[in-house]
Design a protein around this ligand. Structure first.
Ligand SMILES: [Zn+2]
Length: 428
């Protein structure tokens, strides 16, 4: 066989093409990847896999119309993956078709149990009739998915007082390895939490809409009060109705943020601040980080005399309107007082660990929080080290060096607008 012909035939071999497409995609070389994958015929059994890569390419290129067309074709061909539903939902959102976006986004979270289902499951169970030991929460929690941070930040304040309701995101849990049985994982999680601590867990499947993105987001609410189910359902209705209204050109009212803030005991000034900034499409994460850096810089100039902000960061999901917001600091003090009366060990952990970690998460974009949970011990050591620098050095130089190490390890950090401020301050 002439050499040229053999070469041509291997170039059109679907196995070869899909490997090539994957390689290009991994390098973010989108045009050549698209070209290689497009040569795989639709009747070939690798077509589905190739089309999923094309979906990813359309998503990265911002070709939302093409994404929706191909995505719906794959759905008709029997692809019912939650990944695909999330991609189609996000594309519809970017096209301004929020009703279609809603149904695909909800479909992508179909493994999240309904609150009525959770409530029904818990009705058949009885909680243990004694207050658990803090050690049991920390050492036993991981067995059913409670990460150390969620244990101390969300569960402890419910058991030992300080907060009536708390919440975390789904990716803060130590989830099961197989995504296959997520529904059962969540139901088991809620059952264990109720049996062991008497805590009710309500689920809120929604989407993150920051920076013009639309990605599925699951929030879990914890409370000793079974009314939490009704209140979370109300928040869910309100949030999705808001989401859909965007289509008809009305302003995103974000009323659900007020309901959520009231349920979680957040100060009204901070809720209003978050709401109005989100309405005008500003990132509260960035605003809060900038304000924190400014405040810490001012403190560092006083050479360890000033107490840096801390108490306002009483809950991981919460952003204070100002690092020194009196209402937010008061909420932090109330938790402190509760622990002082009930659990000395918990008080220590709260001061040494929960508050510094909540403050430090401001430096970590939410999407990377999962790294934080998975590398927990390294993260906390680094966080405490940075906190020490900020307290004792007047010129921020060591702080800046430490931040540049983080920057090298986590390039996504560069996206934060507040970063140039750190450098500008260090150079002054
Ligand atoms: Zn406030």
């Amino acid at each position: 066989m002439p050499k040229g012909k053999a070469h041509r035939s291997s170039n059109s071999d679907p196995d070869f093409l899909i490997g090539l497409g994957a390689l290009y995609l991994a390098q973010n070389l989108l045009d050549p990847a698209e070209e290689a994958l497009a040569k795989i015929p639709s009747e070939h059994n690798l077509y589905g896999a190739a089309a999923e890569m094309q979906i990813e390419i359309h998503s990265r290129k911002g070709n939302f119309q093409e994404l929706v067309l191909l995505g719906e074709e794959l759905v008709i061909r029997g692809n019912n993956s939650t990944w695909l539903a999330a991609k189609i939902g996000a594309a519809y959102y970017r096209l301004g078709q929020t009703s279609a976006a809603k149904s695909f986004c909800l479909e992508s979270m179909r493994d999240i149990p309904d609150n009525s289902e959770v409530r029904g499951r818990l009705r058949s169970l009885r909680p243990l009739n004694h207050r658990p030991k803090i050690e049991a929460l920390i050492t036993g929690g991981p067995e059913f998915g409670i990460s150390p941070h969620v244990a101390l930040d969300c569960i402890a304040p419910i058991i030992w007082g300080g907060r009536p309701t708390s919440c975390c995101f789904g990716d803060q849990l130590l989830s099961n390895d197989s995504q296959a049985d997520q529904r059962n994982f969540y139901l088991e999680f809620a059952a264990k939490l109720y049996q062991t601590f008497g805590i009710f867990t309500a689920f809120f499947p929604y989407v993150a809409l920051n920076h013009n993105q639309c990605a599925p987001l699951i929030k879990l609410f914890f409370s000793l009060d079974p009314l939490v189910f009704d209140r979370v359902e109300d928040i869910k209705q309100s949030a999705w109705s808001d989401f859909e209204k965007q289509e008809r050109g009305s302003k995103h009212r974000l009323e659900y943020l007020e309901k959520e803030g009231a349920l979680l005991g957040y100060p009204q000034c901070c809720v209003k601040w978050a709401q109005s900034n989100r309405r005008s499409n500003k990132s509260i994460e960035r605003l809060a980080l900038t304000a924190l850096i400014e405040e810490e810089y001012v403190c560092s100039l006083e050479g360890g005399e000033a107490v840096p902000p801390g108490l306002a960061y009483f809950a991981h999901e919460f952003y204070p309107c100002n690092p020194r917001c009196p209402a937010a600091e008061q909420a932090g003090i109330e938790i402190f007082e509760h622990y002082k009366k009930t659990e000395a060990l918990l008080l220590d952990l709260y001061c040494q660990y929960v508050l510094p970690l909540n403050k430090a998460k401001m430096y970590y974009p939410e999407s990377r929080y999962v790294d934080f949970v998975n590398n927990f011990n390294d993260s906390i050591i680094r966080v405490l080290k940075i906190e020490e620098f900020k307290k004792t050095h007047q010129d921020f130089d060591l702080y800046r060096e430490e931040m540049s190490v983080i920057l090298k390890e986590h390039p996504y950090f560069e996206n934060l607008e507040a970063l140039p401020l750190v450098y500008a301050m260090a150079k002054q």
